[in-house]
Design a protein around this ligand. Structure first.
Ligand SMILES: [Zn+2]
Length: 397
């Protein structure tokens, strides 16, 4: 975020006003035609607006459809939840993409086209804090947002190039832990990252919320407000734990140059269980969220992640390939004599699927059941490792 020196020149103020008109015109058109995509809005509103404002820079006009599209999408989402007002852009603002402006990173001057043949120079106030971003050439420029009193430039970091894996870390995602196997050359050993508090925190807040709703049954507004507040706190605490688990997994993978294998959770819905309580807990464990965190942080650090179809991974014997009819207890047992912790076994199957789908590890993986070290368990994360006091959810990235 930058301040400007001096204030916005009048040409830019006019541009912001035109931009606001364009956004609101596109929102109206989108509502009428029931479309929310930028391209559809472009087709609908471009020509008419062009006729009224023939000289506005075309890139800015397209950006205004982008802003309108996201306003319409938010509106639609809120409609589903039953609360919505017709969206309307009140404040003066404009947003534009990096092709539509130039920034001199040395002297902090923005060159902004207003219309054909008319450009305006904006001078940014550059502090030491801003210098760090301007001078870091691994950061490229993203969108530019102009507000009456300030300018926001988004910087993008190019993701690191993924390394060629020398080992594999395959993880089965469960309600209270990630259970898996670390395989390197011809050895493999079980690993675990435990995070039982996530489920516990959820349970606690669920109970508390229920109690609140009952107690404040006569005053739905207060009850809703309190629940929202509780929900925010719950969310922050769970996020903190998920980031901790993800960080420990990634540090390990980074140190061992491991590819991470995860199950593809898309499209998995739990069958309606008679045990409603268990079903709720299972579906609420934010496994997808954990995967998302692992994936984007891995991309950042250049750690390859492979997602595989988890079908039958909890029922298959990784040695003889037989598929067991039903789920068993905590241990997977096969007629061929193979037996192993159910979750670890699932992660072995995920690893096999990944290898058959083209995961290549330097030197290869020669998995031999005899070499499986049943007796050692490598702990990547456990609650005691969160020695720091419970945070307020901001320090977790
Ligand atoms: Zn078997």
């Amino acid at each position: 975020m930058f301040r400007l020196a001096p204030d916005l020149p009048p040409e830019v103020v006019f541009l912001l006003q035109d931009f606001r008109l364009a956004v609101n015109a596109a929102i109206r058109a989108g509502l009428q035609a029931r479309v929310t995509s930028r391209n559809a809005l472009c087709r609908l509103a471009y020509k008419a607006f062009r006729e009224e404002h023939p000289r506005m820079y075309a890139q800015h006009l397209v950006s205004s459809f982008e802003v309108a599209a996201s306003a319409l999408k938010n509106h639609r989402r809120r409609m589903h939840r039953g609360m919505s007002r017709i969206p309307y852009l009140r404040r003066l603002m404009m947003k534009t993409e990096n092709q539509a402006y130039k920034l001199d990173r040395e002297n902090g001057m923005i060159d902004l086209p207003i219309m054909a043949g008319c450009h305006v120079q904006l001078r940014l106030v550059v502090s030491q804090y801003h210098r760090r971003y301007l001078d870091d050439r691994s950061l490229s420029l993203g969108s530019l947002t102009i507000l009456p009193d300030r300018v926001i430039i988004a910087f993008r970091k190019e993701a690191a190039k993924a390394f060629a894996p020398e080992s594999a870390l395959s993880l089965d995602t469960n309600e209270r832990s990630l259970d898996g196997v670390f395989a390197e050359g011809n050895t493999a050993m079980p690993v675990k990252a435990e995070s039982p508090e996530v489920a516990t925190i959820q349970q606690r807040y669920h109970d508390r919320r229920k109690r609140l709703q009952k107690k404040k049954a006569h005053d739905r507004r207060t009850s809703r407000r309190l629940c929202r507040k509780e929900g925010k706190r719950e969310h922050d605490r769970i996020q903190y734990r998920l980031h901790q688990v993800a960080n420990s997994v990634l540090s390990f993978a980074d140190a061992k140059k491991s590819a991470i294998v995860l199950e593809d959770l898309r499209g998995i819905r739990h069958k309606k269980n008679k045990d409603k309580e268990l079903n709720r807990r299972l579906s609420m464990w934010p496994r997808r969220q954990l995967h998302q965190i692992i994936e984007y942080k891995a991309e950042w650090r250049g750690i390859p992640v492979i997602k595989v179809d988890p079908r039958d991974s909890s029922r298959k014997c990784p040695i003889c390939g037989r598929i067991q009819d039903s789920r068993m207890g905590n241990e997977f047992k096969c007629d061929c004599g193979w037996h192993l912790d159910r979750h670890i076994n699932a992660s072995l199957n995920l690893l096999q699927t990944a290898t058959s789908k083209g995961l290549e590890v330097a030197g290869g993986l020669r998995f031999n059941p005899g070499a499986f070290q049943h007796d050692v368990m490598m702990i990547l994360y456990e609650p005691a490792m969160a020695a720091r006091s419970e945070p307020n959810g901001t320090s977790c990235v």
